[in-house]
Design a protein. Structure first.
Length: 214
């Protein structure tokens, strides 16, 4: 009986450390209206038998404004820009000289972007994802997000949050797609609630590029 009580006590005491991730995610969603950071993205495809995976690393700058606006500017090794302006999701590939435009409402519901720039709070996010607090790791609090929709290309997302006092900031996203490809984004030089100009999330296709609307 004493051993059982000790085990239950230990399990109960461990819960708050694991549950803090959900609380921190809610704080991040409610308190962070805008954000800006540098990022490094490492993409690892699923391993093939007898072959080492070809890891690809890219880097750039990121900004968002809640609700529904964000911008990824990839600078290395190839230039690409992804902009969500609240209505349209634009993808500009410089090397291909091509712009792809998609209606934002149709593509962002169960995506990592919803975790960053769309949902206003935890309750809203839970309409699209099953959220689970994970153990702290590498000085970050973690939450796993599993999309409720099985129709998309996203298998799971792990959100890493750095807690500073009563505030929480985005530190890492680990994305696993339905093909087994893993993408890890690490954010640095994070600015919380910076003043962003009205033109930050505007995008106009450059002259001469091919524009594909889907």
């Amino acid at each position: 009986m004493q051993l059982k009580c000790a085990f239950l006590c230990a399990a109960f005491c461990a819960i708050p450390a694991w549950a803090d991730g959900l609380q921190s995610l809610d704080i991040f969603l409610k308190n962070t209206r805008t954000g800006r950071a540098d990022f490094v993205q490492v993409v690892t495809p699923p391993a093939k038998e007898g072959q080492a995976p070809r890891v690809k690393t890219s880097s750039g700058q990121f900004a968002f404004a809640r609700p529904g606006k964000f911008k990824f500017v990839y600078l290395k090794p190839f230039e690409q820009t992804m902009v969500a302006d609240g209505q349209t999701l634009w993808l500009f590939d410089v090397d291909l000289n091509q712009v792809t435009a998609r209606q934002q409402s149709q593509v962002l519901g169960s995506t990592p972007a919803a975790l960053i720039a769309t949902a206003p709070d935890l309750k809203a996010l839970q309409t699209e994802f099953v959220l689970t607090a994970l153990p702290d790791q590498n000085g970050l609090e973690w939450v796993q997000a599993l999309p409720k929709s099985k129709d998309g290309q996203l298998q799971s997302v792990r959100v890493g949050l750095r807690v500073n006092g009563k505030n929480a900031e985005l530190a890492s996203l680990e994305i696993l797609d339905s093909f087994g490809q893993r993408s890890v984004l690490t954010f640095s030089k994070v600015e919380t609630n910076p003043v962003l100009s009205a033109t930050t999330f505007e995008f106009k296709p450059p002259k001469g590029v091919d524009v594909i609307r889907q």
